[in-house]
Design a protein around this ligand. Structure first.
Ligand code: IMP
Ligand code: MG
Length: 181
């Protein structure tokens, strides 16, 4: 495949590839719900764009909620500790909940959220992650819906950041380790 670049960055997945994948994921999620209602819980901020697109491809009665956690510092390395910075607005007891995350990396964030949410006794709790880096896993956790499985690369764009930048890139790009900031 020819290397595509965007603003001098190497593109890993184009907006077209992302759009097709998100539609596919949405169709599967809707099918698994059997016409029951859904609460989508986006993990801020990285999952905001993914949630916005995914929601529009899930053809069921859906509401949104958002949580914010801190696990990453400002750089590419995880600090290890996960903390809830913004909690759910509405109780999720008895509801079909879908956690929407940009990327499943070490698994620390999602295993923490899963534990906290399960205490509230949702009817179902599933996870949709656009990207998965299985080789980086520390906690044993898998997403129910994965867009793309990738090797240990640091990616930016389509919501994902490096030091809060690049979230607005329409494509998913590679952050080169030596990229000039
Ligand atoms: P985990 O707790 O290690 O699974 O980390 C999940 C979070 O780390 C994601 O929600 C992202 O915000 C962030 N993260 C992990 N890998 C990357 C990456 O390659 N680019 C941008 N953010 C990442
Ligand atoms: Mg995140």
């Amino acid at each position: 495949m020819a290397t595509i670049t965007y603003q001098g960055l190497e593109v890993l997945y184009t907006r077209q590839q992302i759009a097709e994948k998100v539609i596919e994921m949405g169709a599967r999620i809707a099918r698994d719900l059997n016409d029951e209602k859904l609460v989508m819980v986006g993990v801020l901020k990285g999952a905001a764009l993914f949630l916005a697109d995914l929601a529009r491809s899930i053809n069921v009665d859906t509401t949104f909620d958002f949580v914010a956690v801190s696990s990453y510092g400002k750089g590419q390395r995880s600090s290890g500790a996960v903390k809830l910075i913004k909690d759910l607005d509405e109780p999720i007891e008895g509801k079909n909940v879908l956690i929407v995350e940009d990327i499943l990396d070490t698994g620390l964030t999602l295993s923490y959220l899963r534990k906290v949410f399960l205490q509230q006794k949702p009817k179902t709790l599933r996870i949709a992650a656009l990207l998965d880096k299985p080789s980086r896993r520390i906690e044993k956790i898998e997403a129910d819906y994965v867009g793309f499985s990738i090797p240990n690369l640091f990616v930016i764009g389509y919501g994902m950041d490096y030091a809060e930048r690049y979230r607005n890139l329409p494509d998913i790009c590679l952050m080169a380790p030596d990229h000039p900031e």
